[in-house]
Design a protein around this ligand. Structure first.
Ligand code: NAD
Length: 546
């Protein structure tokens, strides 16, 4: 049983990070209905090495933690799952030194050998796929298949990194000088700091750590303060693999904690690359601080993603894709579809299909079979849901279906809402910002140019899709006058990206790219090397100097 003073400490820590989590009312309720989630899913926690209490939240070769004790909360019922002794900025300071020491050893290892270690990490994740997926579902609230899918994404990127370990090539560039050769080299930068968001508590770290490691860096992870258990479980698996290979486990260090730890990691020069995934609001500050010290940042920020539905599309295909894109993860993916831009001639028939499909979505416990929509991660998100719906009405829109917060029976203590469709106009303020809830705003257009202008008319630029069977529409959409997003899809939803492509977005989404393509280069310093084997000293541009 957790004491009240521990909870008040936890409450303070969470308050400094995310006011929406530190709910005094909830904390009061928690002490009355303590820890049954842990007991119910004991096998998962036992397999992953998580205790009910006293989990140390810092790993830098050894497990420790001298910060506030913070509860991890199950969004299904707002009960405490387990508690974590989080880290402080002093813990971070020590961990940054330890990662740097470990990286000196790691960087000496030939790159294909690094690949073998990544393969072993992959195998360890495969062995723990189901319990890890279940932990994601319990702590974040996404449904079990999505929780498992998230861990699978980490497995996929480790396989990709294994391939890269044999294929990371530089260029040979023609030199204008006789007897000279120019090369491009890619060497590690040192330490990659990863600050991650609550909604992908495993995959975001997976994308970053796999590429950071194969390129020869060490990694320090500061996860979301509301998903520390996933971070602990993953770090423990990496620790075991590194130890089995006689490598210093501090190579994959972890400091759980709140804003203070994130701020220090961002400001610290020992963080050579800072990969930040989170809201645009926080990312804007993080970007400035890293730029101020001439560090490198990778920013993966908020989206406000749209699907355009043309009159020539396969409307059943579009309806199925829209349902997954708007309702999946209860609207809490960065790539969730938030705006649906429909040709006026097919609007009514598409909306009719969608209302029917929305009516069949089962909301409930993310571990239950058949449930498609789990809870929102926090109670504050439920308030956001209500506020958005109020604004829709105030601004002259209408709610087409959904629009309810569920509070009865099995939903009584959780953060459950009904996925919602609204009808709005493209000029309404309410559709300009990302609200991390399952509300899809629908609107009409007459021409493709108009649809593209609506798609591009927001500050964010993450993901976008068009549904059409006309090649001319497809090529316009992906061309210079098309979608201005980083992810530009045709006949698939805005979400559910594969790891092989570069993932990220433009404008206020931050411009970063992670995962596939040549994203690995961001974790490296590029060297341009000119080697003179001529014995003479001809200068570039034909300059004759003395
Ligand atoms: P958030 O911005 O509240 O928090 C993200 C992380 O930043 C947390 O670990 C938090 O502790 C840390 N943090 C908070 N203040 C900080 C500061 N001043 N300096 C350094 N770190 C700080 O985001 P969230 O609510 O956890 O996640 C949801 C957001 O993340 C959404 O906007 C979503 O679109 C975005 N997201 C984007 C992507 C992408 O790839 N583009 C992926 C997932 C989530």
């Amino acid at each position: 049983m957790l004491s009240r003073s521990l909870y008040s400490q936890a409450s303070k820590a969470l308050l400094s990070q995310r006011p929406r989590v530190a709910r005094s009312g909830v904390l009061g309720r928690i002490s009355a209905r303590c820890l049954s989630t842990f007991d119910k899913h004991h096998d998962v926690f036992e397999t992953l090495g998580i205790q009910k209490t006293n989990n140390k939240g810092v790993f830098d070769g050894e497990w420790s933690g001298s910060g506030p004790i913070v509860p991890s909360i199950n969004p299904v019922n707002n009960q405490v799952i387990a508690e974590v002794v989080t880290g402080t900025t002093a813990d971070l300071d020590r961990a940054l030194d330890r990662v740097a020491e470990a990286q000196k050893i790691w960087v000496e290892m030939p790159i294909p050998k690094r690949g073998h270690v990544l393969l072993a990490m992959r195998d360890a994740l495969v062995k723990n796929l189901q319990p890890l997926g279940k932990l994601v579902a319990l702590e974040m609230g996404k449904i079990l298949p999505e929780g498992v899918g998230e861990v699978q994404e980490y497995i996929d990127i480790l396989e990709y990194a294994l391939g890269l370990s044999r294929m990371m090539q530089g260029a040979i560039i023609p030199s204008e000088r006789p007897g000279h050769i120019m090369l491009e080299t890619w060497n590690p930068l040192g330490t990659v700091g990863v600050i991650s968001a609550f909604n992908f508590p495993v995959a975001v770290y997976g994308w970053n750590s796999a590429l950071a490691l194969v390129t020869g860096n060490g990694v320090l992870w500061k996860p979301s303060p509301t998903t520390p258990l996933c971070a602990l479980a993953i770090t423990r698996i990496l620790e075991q693999t590194l130890r089995q290979h006689n490598l210093p486990p501090a190579l994959c260090s972890l400091v759980t904690g709140g804003t203070d730890v994130g701020v220090s990691l961002t400001a610290d020069k020992r963080t050579h690359v800072l990969s930040f995934t989170g809201s645009t609001q926080v990312g804007r500050e993080v970007g400035k601080v890293v730029q101020g010290r001439f560090g490198k940042s990778i920013l993966e920020l908020g989206g406000n993603n749209a699907i355009v539905v043309m009159d020539d599309c396969d409307i059943d295909l579009a309806a199925r894709a829209i349902l997954f894109a708007a309702v999946g993860t209860a609207g809490q993916r960065c790539t969730t579809t938030r705006r649906l831009i429909v040709h006026e001639s097919v609007y009514d028939s598409l909306i009719e299909r969608l209302i029917k499909a929305y009516g069949q979505v089962k909301v409930g416990d993310p571990l239950d079979d058949g449930v498609l929509c789990g809870p929102l991660h926090t109670e504050a998100a439920v308030s956001t849901y209500k506020q958005v719906l109020d604004s829709v009405i105030k601004q002259g829109g209408e709610v087409l279906c959904g629009g309810q917060v569920l509070t009865e029976g099995e939903f009584e203590h959780g953060n459950f809402v009904v996925p919602t469709l609204t009808k709005v106009r493209p000029d309404m303020d309410i559709i300009k910002n990302e609200a991390f809830v399952p509300i899809l705003h629908t609107m009409t257009f007459k021409t493709l140019d108009e649809a593209i202008a609506i798609n591009n008319g927001v500050a964010q630029g993450l993901s976008s899709s068009i549904f059409t069977t006309n090649p001319a529409n497809m090529f316009k959409w992906i061309g210079p006058k098309g979608s201005d997003c980083g992810i530009i899809n045709v006949n698939i939803p805005t979400n559910g990206a594969e790891i092989g492509g570069a993932f990220g977005g433009e404008k206020e989404t931050g411009g970063g790219r992670e995962s596939g393509s040549d994203s690995w280069k961001q974790y490296c310093r590029r060297g341009t090397c000119t080697i003179n084997y001529s014995g003479a000293l001809p200068l570039a541009q034909g300059i004759n100097f003395g």
